[in-house]
Design a protein around this ligand. Structure first.
Ligand code: AMP
Length: 585
């Protein structure tokens, strides 16, 4: 057995360690988290602390804690931790050593080899410093690879042929966009652009600014102390993350501070709309960088085959929607954007170890789920306007909600229909269920109703509608929302159906006789269309019974053809017509 080679994403804020083994990608956990804070410190007792513990002490004891050492890699600058000087390589080595241990604890065996990732813009000096850090940590660094290359490897591990990918990486404190070309086994970064000081921390900072403004306006508190600011920054990040999946959030911090001997409890509501307005300038900057990267390698946006999302901040819906609008294609975020770089490094490790690598599988929903509303376009109302809530290819489990508004004053109820599909006219999608919320409170139109969907790994879809003002809510649960044939089951069903029907032009009874008869010919065409429709529907239906009924009727039609039994054929065709009508309506 070849020796295991781990993959390490040595990040500015967080690092991760992974291994690809037996067709499976594993990202190792430490204290129940796959994200390992890139912090090092010395605690009260003079002991070395790394990761979460070091991060937790950072705000209180910055003089004996180090963060963001990656920014100094390759420089001669030394950092001071508890009055002692360290080279950046030494601090990085402490992080790498702990990551090596995490892998060893999880695997129960010693590890001595690693692939480590670095940003595409890292100079030779910075790469060399990273290699040295690995060696100080007791690791043989088999290869240093670019972060966008790692992302491409994890998404395209099963891919053959030529492809051009755009990797958009927005983390906590850095932003990079790279164009990567894959040609058989060669993966190269052909251009790269970014901003070393742009990321999710800036999004936290705009919320923090709102909170400080709120304290000034409501309580006349001008300059809260560091401890308060640190609490608020934490609350801001939490609010930001909540706004990625819901339209509003309430930031609450009890006993935040004292004013004139009274405790101040902070409570502020923030809408996604307001938050998105505030972060728009940052996102504009990233989109400009995307175009610079494309220009630098002489490509137009349409030459990009896939757009890959990397970095925790790409979970921000506005980031994704702006990028998709701009590049006119769906961006891929199926593989956890925090973990895919480590995953790619692990795949590179497996390739170097001589293991065979297959496509990485993740739990995603193959369907989009949404509801309908009254849309508006140029002042003209559009009924049955479809609003997707959980989008196809989202990793599951997932929970998402959106806000909708009543259209009449004193509207007493709303009806919610749950659909599966992607057609803009909701009626063309598959209806999965319906429910109403009755007894809404009196008031003007535009009463806010929050509709939330959650989908678990077993395909159970839960839909809930809540009147925001009162909390009045109603919900339904739909089982088997994503139950479908497993891939191999689907393949064997397709084969079975193909075998049953043979050539598409084959018709019931005596073929020559049918040829002579124009009417019969048209009918046969219609029957064939019906059969094709049934076959297509087989892949779309969500209900097991419906699927079994379709297969049974198709088998009956095939038997009837073989036996020349026109009566049996006719009956089965009629039943299939009825069944399709029933399923579609
Ligand atoms: P990374 O450096 O890739 O680990 O990304 C970390 C950044 O992602 C931090 O700023 C996090 O606050 C941010 N982040 C993590 N989850 C989310 C989320 N669901 N929505 C928005 N930002 C997130």
């Amino acid at each position: 057995m070849s020796e295991k080679i781990i993959g390490i994403d040595l990040g500015t804020t967080n690092s991760e360690v992974a291994l690809y083994q037996d067709g499976e990608l594993k990202v190792f956990e430490d204290q129940s988290s796959k994200l390992f804070p890139s912090y090092v410190g010395i605690d009260d007792q003079g002991e070395l602390v790394v990761g979460t513990q070091a991060r937790n002490q950072y705000a209180a004891y910055p003089e004996r804690s180090i963060k963001s050492i990656k920014r100094k890699m390759g420089s001669d600058e030394q950092v001071i931790m508890a009055d002692k000087e360290y080279h950046p390589q030494e601090i990085s080595a402490i992080i790498l050593r702990r990551l090596k241990e995490i892998a060893e604890e999880n695997l129960g065996q010693e590890i001595s080899k690693a692939v480590i990732t670095v940003p595409a813009y890292f100079s030779d000096r910075q790469r060399q410093a990273t290699r040295e850090a690995g060696e100080i940590a007791g690791l043989e660094v088999m290869k240093i690879i670019n972060e966008p290359t790692a992302a491409a490897l994890v998404y395209e591990s099963g891919h053959k042929g030529e492809k051009q990918l755009l990797v958009y990486d927005l983390g906590g404190g850095t932003f990079d966009v790279s164009v990567v070309r894959m040609e058989e086994a060669v993966v190269e970064v052909i251009s790269s652009h970014g901003n070393n000081h742009l990321g999710g921390d800036d999004f936290d900072a705009v919320i923090l600014e709102l909170l400080l403004e709120h304290l000034r306006d409501e309580y006349e508190i001008e300059e809260p102390d560091q401890r308060v600011i640190s609490r608020l920054r934490h609350a801001a990040e939490k609010a930001k993350i909540e706004l990625s999946s819901q339209p509003f959030t309430t930031i609450e911090e009890e006993y935040l501070l004292e004013k004139d001997g009274n405790p101040v409890h902070l409570r502020m509501e923030l809408s996604r709309d307001r938050y998105e307005e505030l972060i728009t300038p940052f996102i504009d900057e990233t989109i400009e960088a995307v175009h610079t990267a494309l220009r630098d390698c002489g490509l137009v946006a349409t030459a990009i085959d896939e757009v890959l999302l990397v970095g925790g901040s790409t979970r921000t819906p506005l980031v994704r929607s702006r990028l998709e609008q701009d590049l006119h294609q769906v961006a891929h975020g199926e593989i956890d954007p925090d973990l895919c770089v480590a995953g790619g490094a692990a795949i590179q490790g497996a390739i170097l170890a001589g293991d065979s690598v297959e496509a990485v599988l993740v739990d995603i929903t193959p369907y989009t789920f949404g509801t309908d509303t009254l849309g508006m376009e140029d002042g003209i109302p559009i009924p049955y306007f479809y609003v997707p809530i959980i989008k196809k290819n989202s990793p599951i489990p997932i929970k998402k909600s959106e806000v909708f508004y009543t259209i009449r004053p004193n509207q007493e109820s709303v009806q919610v229909t749950v659909f599966q599909g992607e057609e803009p006219d909701a009626r063309e999608n598959i209806e999965l269920g319906q429910f109403s919320v009755n007894g809404l409170s009196e008031g003007p139109a535009n009463n806010e109703i929050i509709i939330g969907f959650s989908l678990d790994v077993n395909g159970i879809l839960h839909a809930e509608a809540t009147e925001k003002r009162t909390g009045l809510s109603k919900s339904i649960t739909i089982d088997n929302a994503i139950t479908r044939f497993e891939d191999d089951e689907l393949d064997s069903a397709r084969e079975r159906i193909k075998d049953l029907f043979g050539d598409r032009t084959e018709q019931v009874g005596d073929a020559e006789e049918a040829d002579d008869n124009a009417d019969q010919g048209r009918k046969a065409d219609k029957d064939n269309d019906l059969i094709d429709k049934a076959k297509n529907l087989l892949e779309a239906v969500t209900d097991d019974d419906d699927r079994e009924d379709i297969v049974a009727l198709l088998e009956e039609i095939s038997d009837a053809r073989k036996n020349g039994d026109k009566e049996q054929f006719q009956t089965a065709v009629e039943e299939l017509t009825e069944l399709i009508f029933y399923i579609e309506n």
